[in-house]
Design a protein around this ligand. Structure first.
Ligand SMILES: [Zn+2]
Length: 106
């Protein structure tokens, strides 16, 4: 992912609307790109700060940003795990069908 692509995804990430494919690439990029990480932090602080001012909530945004990052990473690894289990189940079903087919043919 290029910085331009990452920048485009920042607002979507802040709204928590990235799909897993994009989220994976995005997190990967900001992990290795301090410029985009910085840009994301700034946009997050601005967006959340505005919301807080409107509804009078707390302004502990550093922690919130960390939460957003942690939650995103957690959601992504959960997604990967389910994906693997799903693949395993499918693979198992194919094996069972093959075995049944062989038994049937014999
Ligand atoms: Zn970048």
């Amino acid at each position: 992912m290029t910085c331009k692509e990452a920048e485009r995804l920042i607002p979507v990430f802040i709204e928590n609307q990235l799909n897993y494919r994009e989220l994976e690439k995005f997190l990967d990029h900001i992990k290795n790109c301090p410029a985009c990480m910085e840009e994301m932090s700034v946009q997050f602080l601005v967006a959340e700060g505005m919301k807080r001012l409107e509804d009078g909530g707390s302004l502990e945004l550093e922690g919130e940003l960390k939460n957003l990052l942690t939650d995103s990473k957690r959601a992504l690894s959960k997604h990967r795990l389910f994906w693997r289990i799903g693949l395993g189940l499918e693979f198992g079903a194919v094996i069972i069908m093959l075995v049944m087919l062989v038994v049937y043919l014999i």
